[in-house]
Design a protein around this ligand. Structure first.
Ligand code: PEP
Ligand code: MG
Length: 544
């Protein structure tokens, strides 16, 4: 028995035999050719074949993982037609009298290198795509297109890394899990694995591939990222039990996928999901959330060792919006401070950090940081349906200051001829008692409220959410909190705004009926709780 530690990118357990994914090495020789026209028509024919293959893969992906995720193959089709890419290949064939395979391989290297050296992480990731389409084109040129080499038994696919097209081309019904030596959780392949509901582990390291044996028995635990080869009986039976328990849980809730969030007496509510990273989109889609109700953007800052640039942020927001479109995505601006500390902000030590310079206070005190985030958000807004939400609001004056900064950013973008959506919704978190108390004044200034019950509870009950000693005094069902939520809901609706709840209380199904009664329009919960809350809504009867 041998254990390997990697990163789980889709939580589920697979037990079965290993199939080592062998890529046919694309060995390309440089051959001098006489007739360049003939070579160019060979290239044209191969391009047509590659394009037809990509169309089939796109259709397959569309069915299996949805439009947003299938788009990568649409992009591959476009890349195949890209003028610069094609001109470079053609010029090399004509200018150097070389075979088409060599011209494609050389162009692929040049383009991949160019993408890799770009600062923007989204563009860097395109290097893998250009290699992927080039290898396909070469295979079409030399007739080495691969057939699926999977046996009829379901297997755990182990590979160095998998290109998106390789992932989708595999017969989903024959794959138990994807396990790779390299790969990043941001790659399209990881996203595809998640959306195919296939357990996946990445980053097991170099040695793993040399040590594993084709056909050996293994366990892939996508929850913990543990990969075990040739497990002993005790380990195997432990994992079989775990797997069974997971399956039962899932099965029960799966029946609710695609169903409406509707009470027995016909009232509907939106159930959205909370995420901390673009990596969570898979879970959002798998659990059939109606949108994203809270993207905690500060995690972008927490994961970095320096301020994420406008380009870096733009790439992430764009990806989230595109993956979710046409569903709504609410991105909360930076909520740093208190328990979420970042060294490079060099914040002074505070006596009471929860009541200190955090969230919107920090953004208004350092508008240059805020401006970068707002620009990235506005620029990304054209890729989907965006809502921007501001945390820790306590007054109308703060909100006026924020709205003025938004206008300034819009003007800047106008002057640079950069487009942004005209239908971005702007909203605020109701997470201080002050905001709830003046919600009648704040509602006309925004499109929506989202109640942050985690902070609303700590500030209302004067109970530090980080302090375990006051936990028993921290009654999340306290009447004061429920009254503040109800008051905010009434004020929102009387002033044309909608209201959601995105704190942990939203997933508390003992309160679902009360929230529905208050007229809450949206509950945003962890992806894995979406179906549980849907279940509660569907069992509620407001007439009783
Ligand atoms: C909240 O306070 O309820 C909330 C959703 O925000 P966070 O937990 O990130 O402070
Ligand atoms: Mg909060």
């Amino acid at each position: 028995m041998k254990k390997y530690a990697g990163k789980g990118v889709y939580g589920a357990i697979a037990i079965g035999r290993i199939s080592v994914f062998k890529r046919q090495d694309v060995q390309v020789k440089r051959i001098k050719i006489e007739n360049t026209d003939e070579e160019l028509s060979r290239l044209e024919a191969a391009k047509e074949r590659a394009s037809a293959q990509l169309r089939i893969i796109y259709e397959k992906a569309l069915k299996e993982v949805g439009e947003a995720n299938a788009q990568i193959f649409d992009i591959h089709m476009m890349m195949l037609e890209d003028e610069d890419y094609n001109d470079a290949i053609t010029e090399m064939i004509r200018g150097q009298n070389v075979n088409a395979e060599y011209a494609v391989a050389a162009t692929s290297d040049n383009f991949a290198e160019m993408f890799s050296s770009m600062e923007d992480s989204y563009m860097q990731a395109r290097a893998a795509d250009v290699r992927d389409i080039s290898n396909r084109l070469i295979a079409c040129l030399n007739g080495s297109e691969k057939e699926s080499r999977l046996s009829s038994e379901k297997v755990i696919i182990c590979a160095d890394d998998l290109a998106p097209s390789e992932t989708v081309a595999l017969d989903k019904d024959k794959v138990l899990a994807f396990v790779t030596a390299f790969g990043s959780s941001n790659s399209h392949t990881a996203i595809l694995a998640r959306n195919m509901n296939i357990p996946a582990i990445i980053g097991l390291g170099d040695s793993f591939l040399t040590e594993i044996k084709d056909g050996a028995f293994a366990i892939a635990d996508g929850f913990t990222g543990t990969f075990i080869t040739e497990p002993d009986d005790k380990t195997l039976s432990e994992y079989r039990k775990k797997q069974q328990a997971e399956e039962e849980k899932k099965k029960l809730l799966q029946e609710l996928k695609g169903k409406e969030n509707i009470t027995l007496d016909g009232r509907t509510i939106d159930i959205f999901a909370n995420i901390g990273s673009a990596d969570n989109i898979g879970a959002v889609l798998v659990n059939d959330a109606g949108g994203i109700g809270l993207f905690r953007s500060e995690f972008l800052y927490l994961e970095n060792s320096n301020y994420p640039t406008e380009e870096e942020q733009f790439a992430v927001y764009k990806r989230v919006l595109e993956s979710m479109a046409p569903k709504k995505v609410i991105i909360r601006t930076l909520d740093i401070g208190a328990d979420k500390q970042v060294d490079y902000f060099h914040l002074e030590k505070e006596e009471n950090p929860a009541m200190g310079l955090r969230a919107i206070r920090l953004c208004l005190s350092r508008p240059e940081i805020f401006r970068v985030q707002l620009r990235a958000l506005y620029r990304a807004s054209v890729y989907g349906r965006l809502g921007i939400m501001f945390p820790m609001i306590t007054s109308g004056a703060e909100l006026n200051e924020i709205l003025a900064l938004c206008d300034k950013v819009k003007k800047e973008l106008d002057s640079e001829n950069i487009g942004y959506s005209q239908s971005i919704e702007l909203g605020i978190m109701i997470e201080t008692p002050a905001a709830a108390m003046i919600s009648d004044r704040l509602a006309p200034m925004v499109d929506f409220f989202s109640v942050g019950t985690n902070d609303l509870t700590q500030y209302t009950l004067a109970c530090d959410r980080q302090n375990p000693h006051v936990e028993r005094f921290c009654d999340t069902h306290h009447e004061a909190i429920l009254r503040l939520i109800e008051m905010s809901a009434k004020n929102a609706h009387e002033n044309g705004a909608w209201i959601g709840i995105c704190g942990e209380l939203a997933a508390d199904t003992t309160l679902t009926k009360s929230f529905l009664r208050m007229g809450i329009d949206e509950l945003s919960v962890s992806p894995s709780f979406v179906l549980k809350v849907r279940d509660a809504v569907r069992k509620t009867d407001l007439s009783k």
